[in-house]
Design a protein around this ligand. Structure first.
Ligand code: ACO
Ligand code: ACO
Length: 146
């Protein structure tokens, strides 16, 4: 299954499929965002002057978009370089535990390398055990309180 998954930077033609996943993600996060958030966020992914990016995972056999990662970079007082923050990660329910989430994180890591940033970080709910089953394998946990 893993060979069937490709992760690509979001393109303008992806707006409809991204929107479908973005709505599912809001359901997972138990929130409903006003529609202008989706419109604005998607436009920012596409805008080359804005440092907010999106990546989509596709099943190459069906052509379906099955997950996304959103990330940005920002200044920090701790490094000369900027650091990357992964804002969102989502895999549609039927595609889970097949390595899609891992591939999305690896894509963000490789983009961070290209950007010359020394660190990628994210936050999750302490009770999100399913996500942490993956995170403990691809990252390390800090003692920080947000
Ligand atoms: N017992 C042991 N290990 C398990 C179990 C289990 N029951 N279930 C999964 N795992 C392991 C898998 O073996 C796998 O590890 P591996 O790569 O070594 O095989 C890992 O957990 C799951 O990895 P993936 O298959 O790559 O992850 P998946 O595609 O399922 O995506 C994700 C994970 C994104 C958390 C998905 O479950 C999801 O979208 N959940 C809802 C949204 C969510 O929680 N998003 C994260 C919010 S935090 C944030 O956005 C920064
Ligand atoms: N019991 C109960 N309350 C206490 C006690 C105590 N023993 N000691 C302090 N407090 C309360 C004070 O009453 C005060 O609350 P109040 O505003 O209601 O009166 C509060 O704790 C302390 O507030 P300030 O006096 O405004 O804080 P201070 O000037 O002491 O600065 C700081 C706090 C910055 C954490 C300082 O202790 C420090 O520099 N520590 C070392 C560096 C550090 O830990 N920095 C934070 C790292 S995290 C980050 O940078 C984002």
């Amino acid at each position: 299954v893993n060979d069937r998954i490709v992760v690509k930077a979001i393109e303008p033609k992806d707006e409809e499929v991204w929107n479908k996943l973005w709505k599912e993600y809001q359901g997972f996060q138990k929130t409903v965002m006003p529609p202008e958030v989706a419109t604005t966020t998607f436009a920012r992914f596409i805008d080359p002057t804005v440092k907010l990016w999106g990546a989509l995972a596709f099943d190459t056999e069906t052509g379906d978009a099955i997950g996304f990662a959103h990330y940005l970079n920002h200044l920090t007082s701790w490094h000369v370089e900027e650091v990357v923050y992964m804002n969102d990660l989502y895999v549609t329910e039927r595609a889970r535990v097949k390595g899609v989430g891992r591939k999305l994180i690896e894509f963000v890591y490789s983009r961070a390398d290209e950007l010359g940033t020394p660190a990628v970080y994210w936050v999750t709910d302490h009770y999100n055990h399913r996500a942490q089953l993956l995170y403990t394998k691809v990252a390390y946990k800090t003692d920080k309180v947000l």
